[in-house]
Ligand binder design. Structure first.
Ligand SMILES: Cc1cc2nc3c(=O)[nH]c(=O)nc-3n(C[C@H](O)[C@H](O)[C@H](O)COP(=O)(O)OP(=O)(O)OC[C@H]3O[C@@H](n4cnc5c(N)ncnc54)[C@H](O)[C@@H]3O)c2cc1C
Length: 419
């Protein structure tokens, strides 16, 4: 059994650009491999590329087809700044773990940048600064403290006063944090590029194929597909996005709805540096530019997962986003040429769950992505490839399904010591 979703509606901006075609086969007979990757969106693509680079034989399957889940709906701001500010995450999981999570995200964006360049994937990638604007969740004083907290753990962050923000970026807000070296890219081109690399290394992709049951057995995992042949794998990685199989713990995971628009290309009218912009507000607004100068603007989240209600609001939400964009940058043509909506997963701490499923040896999952989905897909590909190679990653316990925070681990330890 599985939570199934109608993941998105409307026309995402990526339809304006052509991504390379990736071929899939029909699954006509029983097959075997070292690793089966279930789900061929950006997470499955990153994992398949990483595993084939280790010389493993990889099969990928998808119940829809390649890149037909949430991946084409992403606005693809690839940021190390994770949903929960460092100061807030510290309150939730303890300062030590929050520091590790923020540093790992910084590292992941740097690693992804290097990976794309090394593999020569053409995905319209640009490095961009980012601006985190003061809003109703972090006022200027809190934002200044957040900048200091980040600097204190070695992550560069510059607090901008309203005057500097206005002079440098033409934005009228009460303050902002300026960061450097985030990424903006075309997610379909990146996903296709990674999958093609895996194919060059003899990966096999089958679609449509739906995995309906998994059972650990001696030497690996037995995999049942709907109405089709069986797959035998030494390891299985579930990269099914927001659609979780029943065996994946989901009590800290919830689905909301989110909206986005994109304007026509207007390179000459963009703000300085085409910085990625997002607000410390609820509901928040965020924006970026594409390589040809369209402005993508998203937000207007709703706390429901009902797909009919989500879709019926699309026209109103697109108008609202367009209005907010115009208010921020009056010079821009803020009319929406593309408008779309999608389901969006969040966890209580904003951190994803990545690793082997408790009690199910050989079965790994990468789930629980919020606004930093792509950064977390990169982390998942690093952690899972390392675990399958039989090695340890120091940050594995931070993202593990059975994690407890460092604070709780210490409290438990102290309790045992005193007891
Ligand atoms: C509007 C919007 C804006 C976003 N903006 C950003 C952003 O700016 N930055 C960012 O980092 N992230 C963003 N995200 C999040 C990002 O899109 C996701 O984190 C990412 O696309 C998840 O990729 P995935 O490969 O894990 O999932 P998916 O792309 O959904 O792929 C999972 C695949 O698994 C397949 N599958 C599911 N169950 C089975 C099964 N049983 N058998 C076989 N196949 C199965 C599905 O068909 C699907 O193709 C945004 C999301 C939305 C909706």
């Amino acid at each position: 059994m599985q939570r199934k979703l109608d993941l998105r509606t409307g026309i995402p901006v990526w339809n304006a650009y052509r991504a390379p075609r990736v071929t899939t086969q029909r699954l006509a007979r029983d097959v075997k491999c070292d690793v089966l990757v279930v789900g061929l969106g950006i997470s499955g693509a990153m994992i398949a590329e990483a595993l084939t680079a280790q010389g493993l034989s990889v099969i990928g399957v998808d119940r829809r087809g390649i890149m037909l889940g949430s991946t084409p709906a992403t606005t693809a701001l690839v940021q190390f700044e994770i949903d929960q500010p460092l100061s807030e995450l510290g309150r939730q999981i303890g300062q030590a773990d929050a520091t590790l999570a923020w540093r790992r995200s910084r590292l992941a964006v740097t690693n992804l940048h290097g990976r794309i360049r090394e593999l020569g994937i053409r995905c319209d990638m640009t490095t961009a600064p980012s601006l985190y604007l003061a809003g109703d969740t972090l006022d200027p004083a809190a934002l200044r403290r957040e900048a200091e907290a980040r600097a204190g753990i070695g992550i560069r962050a510059t607090y901008l006063t309203p005057m500097v923000l206005k002079e440098t970026f033409g934005i009228e807000r009460k303050g902002a944090i300026l960061s450097q070296d985030n990424l903006a890219l075309d997610p379909r081109k990146l996903t296709a590029g990674l999958l093609k690399k895996a194919l060059e290394r003899k990966a096999r992709f089958y679609a449509p194929v739906e995995v309906i049951a998994l059972a650990p057995e001696s030497g690996g995992v037995g995999v049942e597909t709907r109405g089709g042949p069986a797959i035998a794998a030494r390891h299985v990685v579930l990269a099914t996005g927001y659609e979780l199989l029943d065996m994946v713990p989901s009590d800290t995971h919830s689905i909301i709805s989110t909206y986005a628009i994109a304007t026509k290309p207007q390179k000459g009218k963009l703000w300085p540096g085409a910085a990625l912009i997002w607000e410390a507000s609820d509901p928040y607004l965020y924006l970026r530019a594409t390589a040809d100068g369209r402005v993508i603007c998203g937000g207007e989240d709703e706390n429901f997962a009902n797909e009919q209600s989500r879709d019926s609001l699309l026209a109103d939400k697109a108008r609202a986003l367009s209005g907010k964009l115009k208010a921020l940058f009056p010079r821009l043509d803020a009319d929406a040429e593309f408008a779309w909506t999608g389901s969006f997963g969040t966890t209580t701490t904003g951190l994803p769950y990545i690793g082997e499923l408790p009690g199910l040896p050989g079965i790994f999952a990468a789930q629980g992505y919020g606004g930093n989905g792509i950064t977390y897909s990169q982390i998942a590909s690093e952690l899972i490839a390392t675990a399958i190679a039989g090695k340890d990653d120091d940050d594995a316990s931070l993202f593990a399904f059975d994690r407890t925070s460092m604070m709780r681990r210490l409290t438990d330890l102290a309790g045992k010591f005193v007891g």
